[in-house]
Structures are given as C-alpha cells and as structure tokens.
Design a protein around this ligand. Structure first.
Ligand code: GDP
Ligand code: IMO
Ligand code: MG
Length: 416
C-alpha cells in the first residue's frame, strides 16, 4: 500500500497526527510541497513535536524522511527544528534532501514584507511565495548548487539588488549568509541526492512509502480560493509534481478533514461562525496556529467544499479528525449547499468573489454530551456521532475510515 495523506480543507486538519499513525510500519515518509509554512503536530511519548519541514514519519525509528523537490526549505529554521527534536530527547531523524529543492534565502522573507502579501493574503511570512516566485522566474537557488560559490553569490546579489531598488538599504550581511550556507552544505552533503530515484527504488522493492501533504486542497495554488492560497500544489496532483513519482504508483489517498472548519489568513469561508459557536470551537479545539500562533478562524464543516476536495483528489478514504471537540454542543451544523442571489448551488465556485458572497445552507444534527476521548471502536461512539460520520460519507461518496478523538497518538478509531 502506497499512501498519500492530503488536507481536504484550508490546512491544519491534523495531517501530522494521521500521517504519524499511518507511518507506523512505513520505511519512508515523503514531503512533496510547501516548507516551513506548514506546522504538523504529533503528540507521542516524547512530548509534542511541531514539525515544519521534517516529515512526521521520521518520529518512528527506522522510517526515513524525504524532502522532495517540490518543497522549499529554509536552512536556518530547519536547524532550529532539529534542535527542538533533540531537546525532547528524540533520536536524530534520518533524512534525504532532493538536490533540486529550492532554498528560502533571507531576501525572500524580506521581500514578502515589502510586497505586503502578509497583509493582503495573511501569509505565514516564511518567505514561501517569494521563493516559489524565484523558482518559476528561473532565478532561484537549488540545494544541489551550494558547491558553486559564484552561483550562490549571484542569487544573493540579485535578491539584495531587488530589495535595495524597493528602498530597503543594506538588507543583510552577505558574507555571513554565505558562511551559514556553506556550513549547512557541509552538514547536509551526505543526505543530498536524487530522491526520485531513491523513492522509486524503495517502491520497486515493496517498501511502504507515505506521501505527507502540507496545507490543504483549498489552499492549492490552482484549486484553492485564489488568490488567498499558498504557492504550491497541495493536492494529490502535487505528489507527482513534487517528487517525480507517477500517480499510478499511489494505491491509497486519504483525505484529512476536521469535524468542523478552520482557516488562517484572509479569504472566503462560507461556513465561518463569528459568534459563540465559533469561539467555542476555537477554545475547545485549541485553534491557534502551530507556525504563527495566530487564532484560527472557525466555523462548521462544509460538505460542499469537502465533496469538491474528494473529486479533485479521488480520496479512497477520509480521516475525520477532532470529533471530540464537538462533544457538548447541543447541535452540530453541516453546510450542505450555498445560497446565492441566483438560487441555491451545490458546487464549489472557482472565483473567490463569488464564494465570498454565498450564504451557507445548514442541516442541523443533534449533538452529544459524552466525552469520546477514550473511545477506540466505532460501536462505542454516541449514536449522534455515528450518524454524523455516515451522513458525511454518504454526502461526499467517500467512507470515513479513521476518526480522531483526541490529540494523542492512540486517540484514534479505525473503522473497518
Ligand atoms: P496539520 O497541520 O494538518 O498537521 O494540523 P496541526 O498540527 O496544525 O493542527 C492540528 C491540531 O489538533 C494539533 O494541535 C494536534 O495536536 C491536534 N489534534 C490532532 N488530532 C486531534 C483530535 O482528533 N482531537 C483533538 N482534540 N486534537 C487533535
Ligand atoms: P499546514 O501544513 C494553515 C495559509 C496562510 C495564508 C496562505 C498563504 O500546517 O496545514 P504562505 O505563507 O503559504 O504563502 O501563506 O496559506 N497557510 C496555512 N494555513 N495551515 C498551513 O499549513 C498553512 N500554510 C500556509 O495562513 O493564508
Ligand atoms: Mg498545521
């Protein structure tokens, strides 16, 4: 079984926890998109790990993590991430970096501020957009080029010249950045190579490989709520784009969906609840960003958006997470259609302006009061919770096969 784990909403669906669960017997976990904009949380016996670049499967001994060429990596924050894992007493993860992966350089983060995308889009300010822009503009720097000092100097020089033209004087010390990059290059040298070939060989010899998506379908550069999106391919189509693996090599695609919806940053969100229910979801669900600490916008589960994500990704199963957060609500709303000035629609529109103007049509279900954190099998779930699971599965045409009932690694229900 070769599995892709994909966010079905606007990120933070608990992909980290689900990937960690599925990677128990995996030999490889492969990230294919994004970079330190991602924040994937795993709670295990060592504590709470917050991973930004490092594939979560590496928290299991014997599972190697691959950073595929569709990612963008920040050597400085990557070192911090490794140090935080070490401070928790965890063994150093086994990693492999694609030599084609692009580097986030100090001018990318500064350019993001100058461009104002932090305000306009609500980005994570990690330099993600500018780095992908340079990649597409054919002026980026790839990890495999760090031995070429003239290439590195040219990339830094061009980045600085652009900032200076925008009025940013002496933005950073080039010589220091150059030294840091050379040091990183020496440390990482043995781990850098053709990761497509390595993953292909692993698949050919029957190894279990999990592809770990970052962000979610509705943040995809093309399929998401453009322009309020990230700069990479976040859907199952990103697996080939960011690793070189062919789609027929995937046998399972798990869509991860929260039992409600959250969004960080700007952009349309039809089922957002700015009242007491949204506040309750934020507090009970601990909905504050893993990467930036920002409060997440909260609202009800949007089945129109979820069905759209199912169609794009061809999910073979759904992992419905944070069901425990709904315990204690007298009723649970599910958005089943959108009301527009022209009538009711059941499809997710491409245009953000159109999506901003729709009103949600809700179906309300009775809630439940039981604490479900200790539940380990479907039969033990309250009847109202089971009804919610079957309604979701029927609406979108994909079965819920995993249910998250708490943040800890064992707090999961497998539905056969
Ligand atoms: P990701 O970016 O998709 O990996 O998700 P995040 O890690 O950013 O956010 C998910 C948050 O929910 C983390 O704090 C997890 O520890 C927590 N979490 C994961 N699964 C569950 C669950 O089933 N119930 C509860 N209450 N919390 C969960
Ligand atoms: P994980 O992997 C939630 C959002 C930002 C912003 C938009 C663009 O933890 O689910 P960027 O910095 O990528 O240019 O910001 O995308 N965003 C995320 N939201 N979870 C994430 O990652 C996100 N990564 C980016 O808030 O709206
Ligand atoms: Mg996250």
């Amino acid at each position: 079984m070769t599995t892709a784990v994909i966010g079905a909403q606007w990120g933070d669906e608990a992909k980290g926890k689900i990937t960690h669960f599925l990677a128990r017997d995996a030999h490889y976990t492969v990230r294919f998109n994004g970079g330190p904009n991602a924040g994937h949380t795993v709670k295990d016996r060592h504590g709470t790990a917050k991973l930004h670049h490092i594939p979560v499967g590496t928290l299991h001994e014997g599972c190697k993590g691959v950073l595929g060429h569709g990612m963008v990596i920040d050597p400085w924050t990557l070192q911090d991430e490794l140090a935080a894992l070490e401070a928790q007493g965890r063994p150093r993860p086994k990693l492999g970096f694609s030599d084609r992966v692009h580097l986030i350089l100090p001018h990318h983060k500064l350019r993001e501020q100058v461009q104002g995308s932090a305000q306009r889009i609500g980005t994570t300010c990690r330099g993600i957009g500018p780095c992908y822009e340079d990649r597409a503009g054919r002026r980026g720097l790839r990890l495999g080029e760090l031995d070429e000092e003239d290439t590195v100097r040219a990339a830094l020089g061009a980045g600085i010249a652009e900032l200076e033209a925008a009025g940013c004087k002496d933005p950073y010390d080039v010589e220091k950045v150059l030294r840091d990059l050379q040091e990183f290059n020496e440390q990482a040298r043995e781990q850098v190579g053709d990761m497509r070939a390595e993953v292909e060989a692993a698949l050919a010899s029957g190894r279990r490989v999990i592809f770990e998506g970052a962000q979610g379908t509705l943040l995809d550069l093309d399929w998401g709520t453009y322009p309020y999106v990230t700069s990479s391919s976040t859907t199952v189509h990103g697996v080939g784009w960011g690793t070189g693996i062919r789609s027929e090599q995937l046998t399972e695609v798990i869509g991860v969906v929260k039992a409600y919806t959250t969004r960080v940053g700007e952009g349309p969100f039809p089922s957002e609840d700015n009242g007491a229910a949204g506040e309750q979801l934020r507090e009970r669900g601990g909905e504050y960003g893993t990467t930036t600490g920002r409060p997440r916008r909260c609202g009800w589960l949007d089945l129109v958006a979820l069905r759209y994500a199912c169609r794009i990704n061809g999910f073979t199963g759904l992992a419905l997470t944070k069901l425990d957060v709904l315990s204690g609500l007298s009723e649970v709303n599910l958005c089943v259609a959108y009301r527009t000035s022209a009538g009711t629609v059941e499809d997710f529109p491409a245009a953000s302006r159109e999506l901003s103007s729709v009103a949600p049509v809700y179906e309300s279900l009775p809630g439940w009061n039981e604490d479900i954190g200790g539940t380990r099998c479907e039969d033990e779930l309250p009847r109202a919770a089971r009804r919610l699971l079957s309604l979701v599965g029927d609406f979108v045409g994909v079965r819920v096969s995993l249910v998250g009932v708490g943040p800890a690694e064992e707090e999961i229900v497998v539905i056969d």
